[in-house]
Design a binder for this molecule. Structure first.
Ligand SMILES: Nc1ncnc2c1ncn2[C@@H]1O[C@H](COP(=O)(O)OP(=O)(O)OP(=O)(O)O)[C@@H](O)[C@H]1O
Length: 270
């Protein structure tokens, strides 16, 4: 899916928390959405998902090759069922105690594909999503008994069951151990679906994302390949930290070695 974020802004609580963001994340690749706490990452993801209507600009999506083709339509104005066939948002995990089994939670992703009689147009889709997210062993467990990491895996399975052409993930590595963080991001990258993931770990973003967007106080501070964007100057300005940026000897990707808070950290915006 082609995604165009054109001058998007929204006010919450009387101030612009996302302010004039212009970005074109590359199609079929994983983009990292970075920025300090409160920079506007979750709000921007909700705008891109069409859950919030922008008060300035528009988020346009095009998917001409899909079964339900769309061409440069504002995502918030798409009919909800059509949007759910194209766009999946994996929000930060809630601890809600839903009285459902894992298989039933994953089947929620199939709601946009149910017929008037409630049957799934593709009865194998839930099992395929469970397999793809390596969650088959959890399928019969009660959702409320899962650990945080297991829930995150099931959230991915539910999002995959939606068969999205745009996958939005809010801190998908939360609750995951280091090995699971690596497999989660490698998995999303290898899907080759247009994906945007809000991430706090700069080294994971540098290792797995083809493109990064850096937000600071609601504005886009920088965008581009990690090696071009994640410079010591940018990290000082946006995060208020001092860092050396090295080049990984095998992958050629940037490695960020944080050395401390920068002396002017108190002055940063964001
Ligand atoms: N409903 C709301 N009403 C008022 N202010 C809000 C609302 N939702 C978010 N905000 C504010 O908007 C700003 C951006 O919040 P957002 O959750 O998008 O940031 P974030 O970059 O995802 O932060 P974090 O890294 O802490 O999750 C914050 O200052 C937050 O307090």
């Amino acid at each position: 899916m082609e995604l165009s974020i054109a001058g998007v802004g929204t006010r919450l609580g009387g101030r612009w928390v996302v302010d004039g963001v212009d970005a074109t994340p590359p199609a079929g690749a994983l983009t990292g959405l970075l920025g300090p706490n409160g920079a506007g990452k979750t709000t921007l993801l909700r705008l891109v998902a069409g859950l919030l209507e922008p008060q300035a600009g528009a988020v346009l999506v095009s998917d001409p090759g899909a079964a339900d083709p769309v061409a440069a339509v504002p995502v918030h104005a798409m009919p909800r069922r059509l949007r759910a066939r194209h766009v999946a948002l994996l929000e930060q995990s809630s601890d809600a105690a839903v009285p459902l089994s894992v298989r039933e939670v994953v089947a929620l992703g199939r709601i946009p594909y149910r017929t008037l009689w409630g049957t799934d147009t593709d009865p194998g889709a839930v099992e395929r999503a469970l397999v793809a997210a390596s969650a088959t062993h959890l399928a019969d467990r009660a959702w409320s008994t899962l650990s945080g990491g297991e829930r995150q895996r099931v959230h991915i399975a539910r999002a995959l069951a939606q068969e999205p052409s745009l996958l939005l993930l809010d801190e998908p590595t939360n609750h995951l151990d280091v090995a699971a963080q690596l497999s989660m991001l490698a998995f999303v990258r290898d899907l080759r679906v247009t994906s945007v993931a809000a991430l706090h770990d700069l080294n994971l973003a540098a290792a797995f994302c083809e493109h990064v967007l850096v937000l600071s106080a609601g504005r886009l501070a920088a965008a581009g390949p990690p090696a071009e964007v994640l410079t010591p100057t940018l990290l000082r300005q946006v995060y208020g930290v001092d860092a050396d940026v090295l080049t990984h000897p095998r992958t050629g990707r940037p490695v960020i070695a944080l050395t401390g808070r920068s002396p002017d950290a108190g002055e940063r915006a964001g």
